[in-house]
Design a protein around this ligand. Structure first.
Ligand SMILES: O=C([O-])CC(=O)C(=O)O
Ligand SMILES: [Mg+2]
Length: 542
């Protein structure tokens, strides 16, 4: 039973309460809905049929995205029922890659405002403004400045599509109840001059301030969020890389927060590597890993790999020596004077170069990871060299959306004679080659952050640690069985995403209890307890 004091039309425009044609006769009488609805009384399954019919006649995924966004505004239950009925079909529509197009066009396609917009000019009033949010028990805030959205760069307030989409996946992929979530766009301005010149742009038409001011705004924001919503988890998403790393370091030991681009991405890449190395029957500690890209994702992955190698007995220095990074200015090597604090520990004593092929030839990596946002950066000669050096090269071009991937699945399989163990940030279709079907993996953090969310929702820890993300990686990898691995599959099936993430969340929760970080009592059966908390996309009595 949902508590409320609404009647008539007010119920039909409330997305949480609205059931449209599924209101029973008794509810229609009780709330004065009789003449406001057509006489048919339908099940949610019949309503889903109508949704699918309407989606089928849309000409493109962006149109389907717009339709689904309006459905979410109108009828939350039916929206999640739709997503959860076929996650492998719907995730690419409400999330990457379609959400990329939606963000680029955000000011043009917007219908109804969702979540909250806080601007830098409201800094002294963040508390009062957050109190305007109608829900008091907010447990998750996903906040972005839009400073680096996916591989699209700075798109300012257009980035709002990302906090909205990420939080929808907490529910669709891990069953976290949707009412406790708040997407926020923290508008600090944008460096994107063409957006600032677009008459339909919805954000501040200003350059962002300097780092010190950004930190002051972020400080005011996290303080206000914790003041208004005690116990809230702040999920940072798609900030400019250096801001992301600096602010994670600033807050991770002081408040309940995480950065999905740094920790979530690292966790899913680690999961893919664990599976790939199970296929190869090798250890992580023996690998040599080359990164093309050394921003927040690259550094996040590199650091998590170092931690995982340390667990296998290497020292930190030994682990770092097995990693080579490149950024736009070339190899991260000790002669560089432009390295940031997070890159410096990875500087190698090697000759300066900005040629990836040279790095591959000299460093001889077993694993190549792309986090550069430069589409097509893994050229044929680079991939062929990886195949010459390795019987089964591991190739992970993670940048997204699709046209930013450093190489496609088809290229990787063709250029390695089908030997590559491949995963990208977006889902590429299966590739058929000389009678064999290859299944490219999707190393996307959506396997991880909803499960972290569910575990945090259940156990209420005071901090989020890298250990939780490593536990999530291992749990995800453990769910790829031998039959799947034999087919070269690196991740669990997306069709089973809810079961997968509940299992992952159970493992994270166990870790949280084992390490004494939970603030609730340990139940005897953690999985059953977590299952009891899951949101069900079914109509409840009102
Ligand atoms: O959203 C995604 O698909 C992955 C991600 O975090 C990013 O690219 O920033
Ligand atoms: Mg992101």
């Amino acid at each position: 039973m949902i508590e409320h004091n609404l009647t008539g039309k007010a119920i039909l425009v409330n997305a949480e309460l609205n059931k449209e044609t599924a209101f029973t006769d008794a509810e229609r009488r009780r709330y004065g809905l009789r003449g406001l609805l057509p006489p048919a009384i339908e099940t949610i399954e019949r309503q889903l049929e109508r949704v699918l019919h309407q989606l089928a006649v849309k000409p493109s995924d962006i149109e389907r995205y717009i339709y689904l966004a309006s459905l979410a505004d109108r009828n939350e239950t039916l929206f999640f029922h739709t997503l959860m009925s076929d996650p492998s079909y719907f995730v690419p529509i409400v999330y990457d890659p379609t959400v990329a197009e939606a963000c680029l066009k955000f000011g043009h396609i917007m219908r109804r405002s969702k979540g909250m917009y806080l601007t830098r000019h409201m800094k002294d009033e963040f508390v009062d403004i957050l109190r305007e949010w109608p829900v008091k028990d907010v447990r998750f805030i996903c906040v972005s400045t839009g400073g680096r959205i996916l591989g699209l760069g700075d798109i300012g307030a257009n980035g709002m599509g990302i906090p909205i989409g990420k939080l929808q996946l907490y529910t669709a992929c891990a069953g976290v109840p949707p009412g406790c979530m708040l997407p926020i766009l923290l508008d600090i301005g944008t460096t994107n001059a063409s957006l600032r010149a677009d008459p339909l742009y919805l954000g501040l038409r200003e350059e962002p301030p300097e780092e010190k001011e950004i930190d002051a705004i972020a400080d005011a924001f996290v303080a206000a969020a914790n003041d208004v919503f005690p116990g809230v988890c702040v999920h940072f998403e798609d900030w400019k890389g250096v801001d992301a790393m600096r602010l994670l370091a600033r807050y991770r030991d002081n408040i309940l927060c995480y950065n999905d681009d740094i920790q979530g991405t690292a966790s899913i890449v680690l999961a893919g590597l664990i599976t790939a190395l199970q296929i190869k029957k090798e250890k992580l500690r023996d690998q040599r890993i080359a990164f093309f890209g050394a921003g927040s994702a690259g550094i996040g992955i590199a650091n998590m790999i170092v931690s995982a190698m340390e667990e296998e007995g290497l020292s930190e220095a030994e682990a770092r020596a097995r990693i080579s990074l490149m950024d736009v200015n070339g190899l991260i090597e000790s002669g560089r004077t432009d390295l940031n604090a997070w890159q410096k520990p990875f500087a190698r004593d090697a000759a300066a170069t900005n040629d990836l092929l040279t790095v591959v030839k000299t460093f001889e990596p077993t694993i190549l990871i792309g986090v550069s946002t430069i589409g097509g950066a893994f050229k044929q000669d680079v991939i062929e060299e990886m195949a010459r050096l390795n019987d089964r090269p591991i190739i992970f071009p993670i940048s997204n959306p699709t046209d930013k991937a450093e190489c496609t699945a088809e290229q990787a399989y063709n250029w390695t004679n089908g030997k590559a163990l491949y995963a990208a940030g977006v889902q590429f279709p299966d590739v058929e080659r000389e009678g064999t079907v290859f299944h490219p993996g999707q190393a996307n953090n959506f396997y991880i952050f909803p499960a972290i969310g569910l575990a945090v929702y259940a156990t209420r820890p005071e901090r989020i640690t890298d250990g939780m993300f490593i536990a999530a990686a291992r749990a995800t990898a453990d769910q790829v069985d031998e039959t799947a691995r034999n087919k070269g599959m690196l991740f669990p099936l997306q069709a089973d995403i809810l079961q997968t993430e509940v299992t992952t969340a159970t493992r994270i929760a166990e870790y949280i209890f084992d390490t004494g970080m939970a603030s609730v009592e340990r139940p005897t059966d953690i999985r059953a307890w977590i299952e009891g908390l899951l949101y069900q996309p079914r109509y409840r009595e009102i």
